[in-house]
Every structure is written in C-alpha cells, then in structure tokens.
Write a protein that binds this ligand. Sequence first.
Ligand code: FPP
Length: 246
Amino acid sequence: MAGDAARETIAGSVNAPLHVGIIMDGNGRWATARSMPRTSGHQEGLEAAKRVVRAAADAGVRYLSLFAFSTENWNRTADEVKFLMGLVTGYLRKEYPFYQEVGVRVVHSGNVKRLPRAVQRELSAVMKDTQQFDRIVVNLALNYGGRDEIVRAVNRLLADRQKSSTEQPRVTEAGLRKHLDLPQIPDPDLIIRTGGEQRLSNFLLWECAYAELYFSDKLWPDWDRDDLLQAVRDYGCRKRNFGGVR
Ligand code: FPP
C-alpha cells in the first residue's frame, strides 16, 4: 500500500506526517552496555536506519531526514569520525538493492564542501543512482548543522544579489527559504529523538518551526518498525494550530 491510503490506515488519521526527521541517538551507549566499541553501535545504527526507512515508506511517510553526522561531531575521536565517514563510503552505494526494493531516493543536506572527497563522491553517486525512485526521499543530514545551514543560505542569497544589477527588495522568509539546502522538501511535521535526551541539537532549526516533537528512551540501534509506527500513530493524535486558533 502506498501514499495517502497507507498514511490513513497506519496512523489512523489522514494527518499522518509527510516529513519525519530523526535524531538517531544512543549508538555509543548501546555498544558500551555490551562491552563493545562505540563504532559497533554505529554499525548497528545503520541496520536500525534500514528497518526504520522501510517502516516509514510503508506508513506513507514521503520524506525522512536522518541526522547522521553533525557539524559538531568532528569533535569526536579521529577513529570514530573515520568510522562514520567509512560507513558512508563503504556502505552507502552497496545498499542499492535496498533502495531499489523499497523505492528510496537519497538526497543530502549539510555542508558538502567540508566533507572528505571520497564521501562527496559517494554521496553524489548515490543521489544520481537513486533519482528515479519515488516512494520515499531519504535526506542524509551529513556534516549538517541548523545554524550552519542558515548562514550558508544567507551567503547564497547575498551572492545572488551581488550578481543582479536591479535594486533588491527586503529579504523575506520565502526569499531566504529558497536558499536553504533542500527548499523543495516540505518542513518536517514530526521530529523524533531516540536515546532519552530531549533536545534538538542544531537539527533542522529553520525547518522545525512548527514540528511536533517525539522523544523515546530506546537507544537507536534497538529501534524497529513498531517504534516508528508508534511515533506515527502518536503524531496522528496531535492537534496542530500553527499559531492560530483550533
Ligand atoms: C548518535 O549516537 C549517533 C551518531 C552521531 C551517528 C548516527 C549514525 C548512524 C545511526 C549510522 C547510520 C548512518 C547512515 C549513513 C544512515 P551517539 O554516538 O551520540 O550515542 P551516545 O549518546 O550513546 O554516545
């Protein structure tokens, strides 16, 4: 089942989320609790991401943003950073059969120019390889920071203005939005954070203005299909006012 019908059935409401963002927290603690290196938690986190992408597609979610590496994550040990970058270069393209089966189009948000060349190449190849799939768009937020995205958007807007000789009107929200990383993707309806913490950690700051928030104590590698469906159902019961009156 796909599209609106699936959203209605699984969430019990036509108000199921079109765009879900996930802060996949708890990989390190999951591994440490098992006396394993933190990197094993990230490896398991990748498996959880695949389970959740499949569940989201089945629930009719059209856009899924996964916070895979933040602009602050460079402060981790060199080994952990290398491992996370290696997950992208080593596994991203190899998952092609998964993208094909589920219908996943991969896109990226974040500061691409500051990523290692090999990661840039891998991202651009996987985006090209999957551009024909249209069941769910998975946005990999990699070297992503909400403040960094807004600053880059402002600089792009200024650069565009410098190119133009005509007098420019004042900057508007819509005008700035056009310069964000993925202006064609609707704002997230629902942001999920796993692992027991309750904060946004610089994720999609502009786009989250009216997102509903859902926090789960479960560590990310333990997340499965039912956890995603539970979050979607919970969202289906929320009343959204967008600052107006219900
Ligand atoms: C946060 O947990 C997790 C990350 C910084 C990395 C997220 C990456 C994955 C889930 C791998 C999936 C990768 C792709 C490309 C989809 P943490 O390490 O901060 O955990 P802790 O709070 O327990 O230390």
